[in-house]
Design a protein around this ligand. Structure first.
Ligand SMILES: NC(=O)c1ccc[n+]([C@@H]2O[C@H](COP(=O)([O-])OP(=O)(O)OC[C@H]3O[C@@H](n4cnc5c(N)ncnc54)[C@H](OP(=O)(O)O)[C@@H]3O)[C@@H](O)[C@H]2O)c1
Length: 265
């Protein structure tokens, strides 16, 4: 019952896709600060390698960069091959890499549809499928492995921006989480999703000109998300404390989803 045991994740091995910046970096930092060895991925090699060095030094941990494009089967196969060469088992897979696309309804393009659906939904499924064997290796009833899919509150609410494929892809991520959870719980792999609200990042920043003051003002908690918010939730889900949570989508949004409509009348 002690907190050090309940929330302990040290000695585990994690993969965090899209760990070079934003929410993936926040999750990786939380893991590294608590003794987890972390593999991070992104397409752009230079910032990825720099980030891995920076995080390893800051937290006195082991952060390993693997540059790859997860939007194609080729990229997924390459990444899976490297993981198998380096590790006999992994404990946590955080499917965080994602893309967004905004365009007016009447001009919304096929490329903006396919790019987002391919990375956010298709790649998430196939990467998890191809890492299932290595996630099974150490998984047990007492100490299950974990998959956490990063969805979005845009997959729960109707979004403010014209992001038709993005919000649809995130609703798919939440449902796929339930479907995969039902299958993989039998293998002692627990699948859950987190639906973040606004967190400062390149993705959100490009939509609000990197000025988060209005976003914070409109939030029920009067702020945007902080690294501790998302890292703490991931650590909870990956620790003994979270080991009875299966197939859930947990919003981390300052209350946006649950208070929607409260001020309408
Ligand atoms: N920030 C928010 O407010 C917010 C809210 C709700 C949900 N989310 C979700 O949280 C996740 C992270 O978002 P973020 O805001 O942190 O975004 P971000 O700052 O744009 O970071 C995205 C990360 O994914 C990597 N990535 C993108 N395309 C990739 C590909 N094809 N293959 C491999 N890696 C790729 C990026 O690196 P490269 O560009 O070098 O590949 C980067 O490391 C996404 O799933 C997003 O939908 C974010």
């Amino acid at each position: 019952m002690e907190i050090g045991q309940l929330f302990n994740v040290s000695g585990k091995v994690a993969v965090v896709t899209g760990g070079s910046r934003g929410i993936g970096e926040m999750i990786s930092a939380g893991f590294l600060a608590n003794g987890v060895k972390v593999y991070i991925t992104a397409r752009k090699e230079e910032p990825l390698v720099k980030k891995a060095e920076e995080l390893s030094n800051k937290y006195n941990g082991v952060c390993i960069p693997i540059a790859c494009d997860l939007s194609s089967s080729l990229g997924i196969d390459y990444f899976v091959k490297i993981i198998h060469e380096r590790e006999k088992a992994i404990d946590f897979l955080i499917n965080n890499a994602g893309a967004a696309w905004g365009e007016p309804y009447d001009k919304f393009s096929e490329v903006g549809w396919d790019k987002v659906m391919d990375l956010n939904v298709k790649s998430l499924f196939f990467l998890t499928q191809k890492l299932t064997e290595i996630l099974k290796v150490r998984a047990s009833g007492d100490d299950p492995s974990r998959v956490i899919n990063i969805g979005s509150i845009d997959g729960l609410n109707v979004p403010a921006f014209e992001t038709y494929s993005y919000s649809t892809s995130k609703a798919a991520v939440h449902h796929l989480t339930r479907v995969m959870a039902a299958k993989l719980v039998k293998e002692n792999i627990l699948v859950n999703a987190i639906a973040p609200g606004p967190y400062p990042s390149q993705m959100l920043g490009s939509a609000v000109d990197h000025d988060y003051s209005e976003t914070a003002r409109k939030n029920p908690r009067k702020r945007v998300g902080m690294p501790e918010d998302i890292a703490g939730l991931v650590i909870f889900l990956c620790s003994q404390a979270g080991s009875y949570v299966v197939g859930e989508t947990i919003a981390s949004d300052g209350g946006i989803v649950k208070t929607a409509g409260h001020n309408l009348g």
